[in-house]
Design a protein around this ligand. Structure first.
Ligand SMILES: N[C@H](CCC[C@H](N)C(=O)O)C(=O)O
Length: 284
């Protein structure tokens, strides 16, 4: 392969698609710039962002996630399932119990395979963080749970949860009719979120099922968001809307979320798909 070319793998979890670079083999000098370039759906490969698979001395591998605007996110739920699939399918690890170092700590994963390839992954997403100062969200409350806020001339009932990255969860009667393009950026750039925010719009269908759409910090609307799904279920539990096991319908697919009270950990189970492998000309 020419010195100017770099191998990548295109993968998605519920339609939340990223370009994956194996940094055990490739060297990425400026990931923020590369993320902006590969994410462009006309001048690049087209993706919600870039994910680097890196060496780790604390876990089997380390994951770094960059949004389409080049900003780095602390954690990526759909992405970590694909990282697990990549390292298993490429025989970097030969076990179906895996640890991945992330900006939100080390996560433990269980892989489920068919014909020797990973098809489903269960991730221990760890503990949700509710302290306003750690989201971070500017508030006179210690935790923002079911609090009315005014955004875009509308009053929303908002619950803020961090899964390592910041989330604002609001409830709507119907996700299909939602004007996400108008309200998403208003939440993302609102002054109450010093590090911006991922915003989830949730329609509760029953105590076991919800619909969710998401406007992501740094990427805009995506077809799914794993950390956002966990934050959404936590918000539903905290406001008495659902039980501890919820099926979440996203535009790009379904995720199953389980909250385990005794450990205060959230578990996410969902698919991981490899679309194709390719080479991209690197910028020097
Ligand atoms: N899509 C990812 C979350 C990306 C979060 C990123 N937009 C941020 O800046 O936190 C997921 O599946 O969890």
């Amino acid at each position: 392969m020419g010195e100017w070319m770099m191998k990548f793998t295109k993968m998605h979890g519920c339609g939340n698609d990223y370009v994956y670079i194996n940094c055990l083999e490739e060297k990425v000098d400026n990931p923020a710039e590369l993320a902006r370039r590969v994410s462009d759906r006309h001048f690049g490969i087209g993706s919600d962002g870039l994910i680097l698979i890196c060496p780790s001395d604390r876990a089997d591998v380390r994951m770094r996630m960059f949004n389409a605007d080049g900003s780095e996110g602390e954690m990526c739920g759909n992405g970590i399932r694909c990282v697990a699939k990549y390292v298993y399918d490429h025989h970097i690890v030969e076990k179906t119990g895996l640890s991945v170092e992330t900006g939100a700590g080390i996560k433990q994963l269980d892989l489920f395979t068919e014909q020797g390839k990973v098809v489903q992954v269960r991730v221990d997403m760890g503990e949700p963080v509710l302290a306003a100062a750690q989201i971070p969200v500017v508030s006179d409350k210690a935790e923002v749970i079911g609090v009315p806020v005014e955004v875009g001339g509308k009053t929303w009932e908002m619950t803020c949860v961090s899964m390592g990255n910041p989330h604002a969860v609001v409830f709507v009667p119907d996700t299909a009719g939602l004007d996400l393009i108008s309200y998403g950026p208003l939440f993302e750039h609102h002054e109450m979120f010093p590090k911006r925010v991922n915003t989830e719009f949730v329609q509760v269908l029953s105590r076991e099922e919800i619909n969710m759409r998401v406007w992501e910090r740094g990427s805009g609307e995506t077809l799914a968001c794993g950390t956002g799904t966990c934050a959404s279920v936590m918000a539903c539990i905290l406001t008495g809307r659902t039980g501890h096991r919820v099926l979440v319908h996203l535009l790009g697919g379904d995720l199953t979320i389980e909250y385990e009270e005794k450990s205060n950990h959230i578990f996410m189970t969902g698919p991981a798909v490899t679309v194709y492998e390719g080479e991209i000309e690197t910028i020097r």
